[in-house]
Write a protein that binds this ligand. Structure first.
Ligand SMILES: NCc1[nH]cc(CCC(=O)O)c1CC(=O)O
Length: 314
């Protein structure tokens, strides 16, 4: 160990204050404490938490949940930020890196309803709540008759709106429900072949300043290499498509031995056409191979008619 990477005396984790974000930060806190570190949390409210009346795709997307946390890292008020990887923009701002990707929770989407056990049981024209363009496009492909209505807010808010009777069913990430101890709300987990998950869904990523070698070293033991390779390939698809949450895009990988099998799907912004779907597999043992596989999937999507968005820096 060199002089620049001494063990940090005390670590501060910047976190949003939603129950899910706090659970995730406390999870990392507990692991680091178990490894002998002293760790505190710094709770923060982000723009994305404040703007609840409009679809995220209309107000600037994923970056809204991470920027305030990055400012805290920049100013040295915190040492790391724990994120649902799904919410992390494909390109981090200069000076920041993902220090670690941890073991993935269940990556599937969950069907949640107080009246119906599965999508198949929903009557004609039933109302399903989701503001995710990906979920909307995939649901409409399975059931063109369904009425999809906007549903925003954190996991508990979405469940409350379901319980108030505003929807016949809602679709949420299984991972969020499981982390919050709400698995009993899940009526069915979707087959990923039908409801292809978002890039990174269910995985936690830890962001740090690139110059904090001490923190990067402290986090190295928390990494899950096979999850990290998988989500690297998924995020490469999204990056090549200029992906943000304003595009219906799904990318999902799973390892079988050393072979990473990938599926991706793309729909246009208006959801006016069926999604374009592609698959590819390759032996993946390092980040270069993971990125190459993701890039080849994006190329396949484009060859099949998908149109990349120009990435707007925020
Ligand atoms: N966009 C919000 C968000 N970000 C991460 C999760 C769930 C946990 C995860 O995917 O890791 C959720 C809620 C949801 O999609 O239902």
């Amino acid at each position: 160990m060199n002089s620049e990477s001494s063990t940090p005396a005390s670590i501060v984790i910047a976190t949003r204050e939603s129950q899910l974000a706090l659970w995730q930060a406390e999870h990392v806190q507990a692991i680091l404490r178990g490894r002998g570190h002293s760790v505190e949390l710094l709770g923060m409210t982000t723009k994305g938490d404040q703007i609840l009346d409009r679809a995220l795709s209309k107000v600037g997307g994923k970056g809204l949940f991470v920027k305030e946390l990055e400012v805290a890292l920049e100013e040295g008020r915190a040492d790391m930020a724990v994120h649902s990887l799904k919410d992390v923009p494909m390109e981090l701002p200069k000076g920041f890196v993902l220090a670690c990707v941890m073991t993935r929770e269940d990556p599937r989407d969950a069907f949640v309803s107080n009246k119906y056990a599965s999508l198949d049981e929903l009557p004609q024209g039933a109302v399903v709540g989701t503001s995710s363009l990906r979920r909307q496009a995939l649901l409409q492909a399975l059931r063109p008759d369904l009425k999809i209505e906007a549903l925003r807010g954190n996991v508990n808010t979405r469940l409350r709106k379901l319980d108030e009777g505003l929807y016949d069913a809602i679709v949420l990430a299984a991972a969020g429900l499981m982390r919050l101890g709400l698995s009993d709300r899940i009526r069915t987990k979707f087959d990923p072949a039908q409801m292809l998950p978002a890039a990174g869904q269910g995985a936690l990523g830890i962001e740090v300043r690139a110059d904090r070698q001490d923190i990067i070293d402290a986090l190295a033991p928390l990494a899950d290499q096979s999850t990290w390779l998988t989500v690297t390939a998924e995020r490469a698809v999204s990056r090549c498509m200029g992906g943000s949450c304003s595009m219906p895009l799904a990318a999902f990988g799973r390892f079988e031995g050393d072979t990473l099998h990938m599926d991706a799907a793309w729909g246009d912004m208006e959801g006016s056409q069926a999604m374009v779907r592609v698959q590819a597999s390759a032996v993946v043992k390092d980040f270069a191979a993971a990125n190459a596989l993701g890039e080849s999937l994006a190329a396949k999507l484009q060859a099949a008619g998908a149109v990349p968005a120009s990435t707007k820096p925020d």
